[in-house]
Design a binder for this molecule. Structure first.
Ligand code: AMP
Ligand code: ZN
Length: 117
């Protein structure tokens, strides 16, 4: 059921402490940890503790937790002393989503181009 931990979900395993991660922030509703394959000097993922396949599903079902994810993305940027940063929600395989547990990418520490690839 949506919201419940999924046995086969990598990020549920990180939330549950079954897979190690470099955690940088935690709240009652979110966990933030460094991406294992960083695409910028700062590349942190902010995830809700509850399982939803993507950010759109999370926002529809749990808007307050979706707001928590955004608030934590800003807190990561502040912690990392970033002048500017980019928050990305890849939503769907065609957009590059590979882990189907909602997550925000927080990227910073280098120049960013637009449009993204
Ligand atoms: P996405 O492609 O938007 O679904 O993003 C998934 C992200 O999770 C990628 O940037 C991966 O590098 C990252 N990732 C995969 N496995 C791990 C892990 N065990 N710890 C931290 N980040 C991970
Ligand atoms: Zn999950």
């Amino acid at each position: 059921m949506a919201g419940e931990a999924q046995d086969d979900c990598l990020f549920c395993k990180i939330v549950g402490g079954h897979i190690p991660a470099t955690i940088v922030r935690e709240t009652e509703t979110t966990v933030a940890f460094r991406d294992i394959n960083p695409q910028a000097p700062t590349h942190v993922l902010v995830i809700p503790r509850v399982h939803y396949a993507n950010a759109a599903d999370l926002a529809a079902a749990e808007p307050a937790i979706a707001a928590d994810v955004l608030r934590e993305a800003k807190a990561v940027a502040d912690d990392e002393k970033l002048d500017s940063h980019r928050v990305i929600f890849n939503t769907g395989a065609g957009a590059g989503q590979t882990v189907f547990h909602a997550h925000a990418h927080v990227l910073g520490g280098r120049g960013m181009h637009w449009p993204p690839g």
